[in-house]
Write a protein of this length. Structure first.
Length: 47
């Protein structure tokens, strides 16, 4: 992630949310595919 930030010159606009915020938002969306992805991600990384 640090190497990626360096490529972008560490511009904050690309990192204004955490991965947990992204997963939480996906879990609350109307999209069944995004909710399924969020469930998969939570099961994989937050067991």
């Amino acid at each position: 992630m640090n190497a990626f930030k360096q490529l972008l010159s560490a511009k904050d606009r690309f990192f204004s949310f955490t991965s947990r915020q992204l997963v939480d938002a996906a879990a609350r969306t109307d999209s069944a595919k995004l909710r399924a992805w969020a469930e998969w991600y939570i099961d994989l990384y937050y067991w």
